[in-house]
Ligand binder design. Sequence first.
Ligand code: UDX
Length: 467
Amino acid sequence: MARVDRHRPAAGVALFPLPFQGHINPMLQLAGALHERGLAITVLHTTFNAPDPARHPGFSFVALPDAISDVVTTTKDGIAKILALNAAVEAPALAECARDALASLLNKSEEGEPRLTCLILDCTLTGMQKVAVGLGIPTLILQTCSAACFRMFRSYDMLYEKGYLPAEESNLLLPVKELPPLQVRDLFDPSILPSKEIGLKLLNLASETAANSCGAIINTFQALESHELTAVRDELLADKGVPTFAIGPLHKIASIDSVGTTRLCNQDRSCIEWLDMQDPGSVLYVSFGSVVRITEDEFTEVAWGLADSGKPFLWVVRHDLVLGVEKAELPLGFECAVEGRGKVIEWAPQQEVLAHSAIGGFWTHSGWNSTLESIYEGVPMLSSPYVGDQLATGRYVEDAWKMGVLLESLLERGKIKKAITTLMEANDGLEIRERAKSLKEKARLCVQSGGSSRRDFDRLVDHILSL
Ligand code: UDX
């Protein structure tokens, strides 16, 4: 295993995250882990959702021009945002800026500064990859979703060929036998988008960047996705000789001091004091991540489902959670109904919340970071996936890992109450809680010395230093 001097780095890496919380977090966690191993870190970023350099004193930051942000901020749709960002990086003037930034890093290497070994980029950023390759800089990709989802996204030709897609009412419950335990209803169906072609293009980005890279880094761990990881590793290796590194959960691969924290919202820490006053394992934590938006009707059903469950809860209501309103307002009479057992905040210190002994369950949209954070703390989940990779992750939570309950179809207060009861009450949820404990042990082992993620991380550092 190669060792380098932390205080006088001879080598460095550049990193470019997709500018959304669920993608910035794992990229900066990876940066922290590499920094801890003596590599100089330069983070290239847009000014839209820019990370705060003050929170990462050991890293250098290079902002790319505002014009990228303008394009990205004008569209509300997440998929369109990613494509717009790529298009912006590919636009001649902007590609020039990205090229200048990377070329200047290369020049610095010649002036005695740390040698630039590679660019690690979000797996959706094909435009940025082309710029790096044009300068002769090797690239590695970071896949921020699960190995199962990466594999599913790489299988769309097969899914169409075999008639699983486009999904029809009559085949929604059909098992996808090539990708167990998925069913047709768990597949993200690009035909529901205004443009199926655009959806397919997006799904294909990760395969394209992986094939053109020198390595694929996945935020997962062997014991969680053994079969799926083997399939992805074999495919990428056989295809273009690309090695895979499974080094998750990334939020635990480096110490917190090296990672720092970039938050796009202010955390409300009053919830920790509130949790301190609750009974162990009694509280349901509810959060739908940083991008999911729900309708006003769904919001009302969630509120009354929580009220009717009778359980203590901590609910993150982001100011932009509800579609079509400036700021979400709780339904009339709700606060009175849950007085003393419910707390609503705008943004939580989520990892700390999940690690708190008062937490007994997590109602989540099944975003991959949230899922891994929950697994690491052994917290059983109630999954309400919305879109993209979340759909498949919800299925894995219930059927593969058996550490949660999948809440499918429209949110309705009666079903919500029933699902919360199943998850949180002694008899029904016993097996689920046991499974959650067992996965927690496995997650902890994999990041310890000699664990699978730790070994893959060592391999990754050696690989980077060999570039
Ligand atoms: C998006 C996609 O939705 C997700 O499916 C994909 O895998 C990554 O990109 P997001 O929806 O934001 O991400 O969800 P998630 O992946 O769970 O990431 C949210 C992050 O925000 C987590 O790291 C979580 O700890 C953090 N968070 C969330 C907080 O710190 N506080 C909160 O109140 C809510």
